[in-house]
Design a protein. Structure first.
Length: 261
């Protein structure tokens, strides 16, 4: 038998059951003030349990445990939200990728991690990057890490790829004095013919704190991806999940998979 009743309703009925010192012959008095939906779900369960010999306090305990389970399921539902990119109004009933990223960045109090394949250089995204640089400069953010692939110049890295990527990053991408910790896939320097790139798209805010949140998405950190392409992702509000993303990236840095500019 499946119950879809809110945890608060189950706890309320359980509290009434705990006040009983006898098993009633009818549940009308106990459930009379409840809605028809509640009565239709609870009365068959109570009747069946009494038939198996349950007394009021055991009935109350079962309802309390069911309430705990409902509460945990609701907490899990609230911990995730679907995030979508695409032209309006096709994604009107879901969270918008750009708005979600903008909110994560704006509300971050201590740190940001951004992983992307392509860094968008449109006016809107340059404003977003500049706002991060300003917060780094005045101490509102203590740490920003940016993992990216220099897709705009990958065909002209020359004999010294690291120097060319640094020059491009500091002049074209991030010209402001307060710099993030910027990382590239070390394989870029190996000259391999295989197209192996940093391709993850992630934004983590306030990793290592009880405010940590993470967006894992198919969308690049660019206006085209976040406002026009069809892209999908999930926003995780549970700090331990967000920290899992952050910890994985830190481990990859520690093991040399990413090289800091």
């Amino acid at each position: 038998m499946s119950l879809s009743l809110p945890a608060q309703t189950l706890r309320s009925v359980a509290a009434s059951l705990r006040q009983l010192s006898y098993v009633p012959t009818s549940w009308q008095a106990l459930l009379g003030g409840q809605s028809q939906q509640i009565r239709e779900q609870l009365e068959p369960l109570l009747v069946e349990m009494v038939r198996e010999g349950a007394h009021p306090k055991l009935l109350a305990l079962v309802l309390e445990r069911l309430a705990d389970a409902q509460q945990e399921r609701q907490r899990e539902r609230d911990a995730w939200s679907f995030v979508w990119s695409g032209p309006e109004p096709l994604h009107a009933r879901t969270a918008d990728t750009f708005a979600t990223v903008d909110q994560l960045i704006r509300e971050a109090r201590s740190s940001l991690i951004i992983a992307t394949y392509n860094i968008g250089l449109s006016a809107g995204f340059r404003e977003l990057l500049e706002s991060i640089a300003e917060r780094l400069a005045d101490g509102r953010l203590q740490r920003v890490q940016l993992f990216f692939h220099p897709v705009q110049i990958e065909g002209r890295l020359g004999s010294d790829p690291l120097r060319e990527i640094r020059r491009w990053f500091h002049t074209e991408v991030w010209p402001w004095p307060a710099k993030p910790l910027a990382y590239i896939d070390r394989r870029l320097l190996a000259g391999t013919s295989e197209r192996c790139h940093q391709h993850a798209k992630v934004v983590v805010a306030d990793a290592g704190t009880d405010r940590a949140r993470a967006l894992v998405t198919s969308a690049n950190f660019s206006e085209t991806a976040q406002r026009h392409n069809f892209e999908a992702g999930w926003l995780a509000r549970e700090p331990w999940r967000a920290n899992q993303v952050s910890d994985h990236l830190q481990q990859m840095v520690a093991e040399g998979f990413f090289l800091m500019l």
